[in-house]
Unconditional design. Structure first.
Length: 397
């Protein structure tokens, strides 16, 4: 294959999983907001499916066992990119960047099956569990312009449309007077933007890209119920609007050929979760607190190697570290980051079509779960999870 490195055959097989996070490993981060589909040569399209499953169990402050609260979670990512000419490129990306899926079960302080002293010994309501479901969807349009003697530099940017929706139920005496609180945040669409710069040197398969995504301010319809307010002769329900700002982020993606059949990769991601909060108006009026907030920012680092075994087959491995977003952390996502290790493979079906598959194992950091007033109400230790992914891609240069 000559002296040059073959970037196409060395494409990382585990790209489908390279930035896949796990439920509340750091804040609400999920997809990693990957944009590498836009950085591919020529005409490119991909469809990626990722499945996440975790075991997040522990004990409450009454020493009751808390069974696995992490619900399995899956999402899709799509991307398409084309060159207009030697200078300009366009692309459209879809992903599900942020989310959460947790559900308490069993006999513990997060289930409303025992008398709650905050309600004079009454169960409020009976037999329900604490759970949370958050979903987001984003569509990003990108226009890129290459420049330099060999078109080695590229600047790119474009608009982002994002939808957010959420459901939260707080149940059990762990939440005190917030036992029975319920909120539904309806989906609505708002807008932000993306901008970045990239450098490539194809003869050694080198590519580096730095991408910034803006905050997105959402104004969303919300309905709330706070049963304890009825005991104070106040209206326990409210319908209105909530302001939620999904966080900005910075991604750095890097790859370089080590030799004509091996590629090294690195990814770094920063998200300032310490600036993020969900503050439902009725909940805040009753408690003067945020429903969800975080103490620290997220850092994610992943390093990988890809090896081409035959002209059609490449294998890859990577290791990763996620800092989490503080400890103690919200009881709706009690994980303090993770370490990960993954393996995958990519097979070129034809000159243009390829399929990739991979798996990643995650060791979660121990965490204390706290309620919004910062009281620690649970402890989670020795938990783990896994991610599986598949990608179908098309490329024509």
């Amino acid at each position: 294959m000559g002296a040059n490195f073959n970037l196409k055959t060395l494409t990382v097989a585990l790209a489908a999983l390279s930035a896949a996070s796990i439920a509340s490993a750091a804040g609400l981060d999920r997809s990693g907001q990957d944009i590498t589909a836009f950085l591919q040569d020529g005409t490119y399209a991909e469809a990626v499916y990722t499945y996440l499953d975790a075991d997040v169990s522990g004990k409450d402050s009454s020493d009751n066992k808390i069974d696995d609260i992490a619900e399995s979670y899956d999402f899709f990512r799509y991307g398409v990119k084309a060159d207009i000419n030697e200078t300009f490129s366009i692309g459209v990306l879809y992903d599900e960047p942020f989310g959460a899926a947790a559900d308490y079960s069993g006999k513990n302080d997060f289930i409303s099956h025992e008398p709650n002293p905050s309600f004079g010994g009454f169960i409020q309501p009976n037999g329900e569990s604490t759970n949370v479901e958050v979903r987001t969807e984003s569509i990003t349009g990108i226009l890129g312009a290459k420049f330099g003697e060999n078109k080695e530099f590229q600047v790119y940017g474009g608009p982002v449309a994002q939808r957010v929706q959420a459901d939260v139920k707080l149940r059990g005496k762990a939440y005190g007077q917030a036992d029975g609180y319920t909120t539904h945040i309806s989906a609505a669409q708002d807008y932000g933007w993306l901008a970045g710069v990239a450098y490539s040197k194809p003869e050694i398969a080198l590519q580096a890209a730095l991408t910034y995504r803006s905050e997105i301010d959402h104004t969303l319809p919300i309905s709330e119920t706070f049963p304890a307010l009825a005991l104070k002769q106040m209206n326990p329900t409210r319908v209105g609007e909530i302001e939620i700002t999904t966080p900005e982020s910075v991604n750095f993606d890097f790859q370089t050929g080590i030799n004509p059949t091996m590629l090294a990769t690195a990814k770094v991601r920063w998200v300032p979760w310490s600036d993020f909060a969900i503050v439902p108006p009725l909940y805040n009026q009753a408690s003067n607190l945020s429903l969800v907030s975080y103490d620290k920012d997220q850092w994610l680092v992943e390093l990988g190697l890809a090896k081409r075994l035959t002209p059609a087959l490449a294998v890859t491995g990577n290791i990763g570290w996620d800092s989490g977003a503080g400890n103690p952390v919200t009881s709706l996502g009690p994980i303090e980051g993770y370490y990960s290790a993954g393996l995958g493979a990519k097979y070129n079906l034809t000159e243009n079509w390829a399929v990739s598959a991979g798996g990643k194992y995650l060791w979660f950091g121990d965490a204390e779960g706290q309620i919004p007033n910062k009281k620690v109400v649970s402890n989670f230790e020795d938990n783990d999870g896994f991610a599986l992914g598949m990608k179908l891609s098309y490329q024509a240069k």
